[in-house]
Structures are given as structure tokens and as C-alpha cells.
Design a protein around this ligand. Sequence first.
Ligand SMILES: [Zn+2]
Length: 206
Amino acid sequence: MNFPPLEELIQKFSRFPGIGQKSAGRLVFYLLSQPEEDVRELAHSILTFREEIGSCPDCGGLSYHNTCPICTDGTRDKSVWCIVEQQKDVLSIERTGQFKGQYHVLGGVLAPLDGVGPDQLRINELLNRIQSLKLDGKPPAELILATNPTLEGDATAGYLGKILESNFPDIQTTRLARGIQSGGELEFTDMSTLIRSLRDRRPVHE
Ligand SMILES: [Zn+2]
């Protein structure tokens, strides 16, 4: 027996992270068991989400209707920036409620074996962003390199630290403290550890 729409949807769901063929099948049969109206609402929510949520042209974080709630918030501290790997890391740090500065999302980490070099990350955007603020006389005073304490995250922070220090020697660059388990990720770090790592941040080159 062949049910093309069913198989097509299972294929599509199985492309989701962490979802294999089996789980995809379960999701599809769950949808089939739901009232049509509920499924229509779900489809609508997914579409609205995709259309209205995008990336901020400045920080690279999530934006809503092309407006980034962090960059446009006049009450936030402009003198300290957190530089993170992914948009989801902004959410992790925001959840701590301890950081009221700006962000810059790199969009990944350096991974030469996977073909990710400096040009594939938003490093030039970072340098340009700081440069133009410097021309306006309002450069940040501190950049916190908040990449994950993984091999690639550390290498990326080391590389960035050198570039930032040579381009902007007046700006202090710091790294999150070692509270986060080595090899761990911000996303899965408990709140108190993340708060401690932010508070006890240290210079990049010790
Ligand atoms: Zn922004």
C-alpha cells in the first residue's frame, strides 16, 4: 500500500534534529488523530513564526518584524557586549536576567575540517559594527567572548581575542569563567553556573 502524502510528511519530519523515521511516523500519526482545525492552527503558527521571526541585521540575534528587541532597547547597557555562537545562546544568557548589555551572534564556530573559516562567521560584521560605533565615539568598553567551552568554541574565542585586541586595543576582551563544564554548552548549563560564569569572567589572555 502506498500513501504518498503520509510518506512525504514522515520524510519531512525525519529531517528535524533528533527525530528519526520512527519518531517522525509517531508525529504524523498523532497529527492524523487530531481535529483538522487544530492541525490547521499548528500549520498557521509555523508559517507565522517563519515569516515574522528573522535575524537582526546588527547583532544577528532573533528579530521580530525586522526589529530586534535587544538592540532597540534604549535602557540596555551599550558598553558591554556578549559574543555568542548561536541565537539560542542569547536566549540562555537572557534567561539568567544578569546581563543587560548588547549581543553579537557569530553564527557558529571555527571548524576548518567542516569548511567553516572566519569568513563563514559574522566576524567582519562584528569588526564593522565596532568600527562604526568607534567613529561615533561610542565603542563598547568590554567584549565578553561567550562561546561554548568546547574545543571549537575555545579556539574561536582565542582567534577572536587576538583579532579584537589588535584592531581595538582599547577595548577589554574577557571570557566566561570556567564554571561551565568543559565540552559543555551554554544551552544546557544550569542557571546558577551560567550566572557565576558571567560574573567571574576573566581576561582572554592570561
Ligand atoms: Zn539586534
